[in-house]
Design a protein around this ligand. Structure first.
Ligand code: IMP
Ligand code: MG
Length: 182
């Protein structure tokens, strides 16, 4: 285990098994869609996105957007900056937005507005983690891996100050990691 991690909350095995289940659900729900487009939100979703698209047994395209609502710390600034837009066409397509974690909901609200403005036929949200108690805007997660409480997790794409995205599991920091940073 990484020296900064206090506890593993979700092992690789737990995550991979759950992603397979979500993949089966999506495969069933979208079997009649001829135009499925996954849009991964960078950077956090890239590991999850790679797993989920391989768990879906349908023809689909994938594109990415980069959105950022966090500074270097663990609190959302509430302001969402779209740093990279999609490059594939969106009009009349069924879109599944892939996120690492839904927290306040601000990021996905901005992303959804943008994709609707581009003429998406439908938009659903698929997130590896959901923190419903932290929501400040209404945002339903259509497919989620795990719900968690008000705690900060890292690994499997999720970062703290850009670190720990490469951990193959999801864990909680030792408290001194934050103390030394802030
Ligand atoms: P929202 O806009 O407040 O919903 O923030 C969503 C984004 O905040 C995610 O895509 C993550 O980048 C980041 N985030 C929220 N909670 C966590 C966490 O526990 N660990 C790592 N990143 C998080
Ligand atoms: Mg982040």
């Amino acid at each position: 285990m990484h020296k900064d991690i206090e506890e593993i909350r979700f092992s690789t095995d737990m995550i991979v098994r759950r992603i397979r289940e979500i993949g089966k659900l999506i495969t069933q729900d979208y079997k009649n869609s001829k135009d499925l487009l996954f849009v991964g939100i960078l950077k956090g979703s890239f590991v999850f996105a790679a797993d989920i698209i391989r768990a879906v047994d349908l023809d689909c395209d994938i594109d990415f957007m980069e959105a950022s609502s966090y500074g270097a710390g663990t609190e959302s600034r509430g302001v969402v900056e779209i740093k990279k837009d999609v490059t594939l066409p969106v009009e009349n397509r069924d879109i599944i937005v892939l996120e690492d974690i839904v927290d306040t909901g601000n990021t996905l609200l901005s992303v959804k507005k943008l994709l609707l403005a581009k003429g998406a036929r439908s938009i659903k949200i698929c997130s590896l983690f959901d923190k419903p108690s932290r929501r400040v805007v209404e945002m339903d997660v259509d497919y989620y891996g795990f719900k968690i409480g008000n705690e900060f997790i890292v690994g499997y794409g999720l970062d703290y100050a850009e670190k720990y995205r490469n951990l193959p599991y999801v864990g909680i920091h030792k408290p001194e990691v934050y103390e030394n940073k802030d």
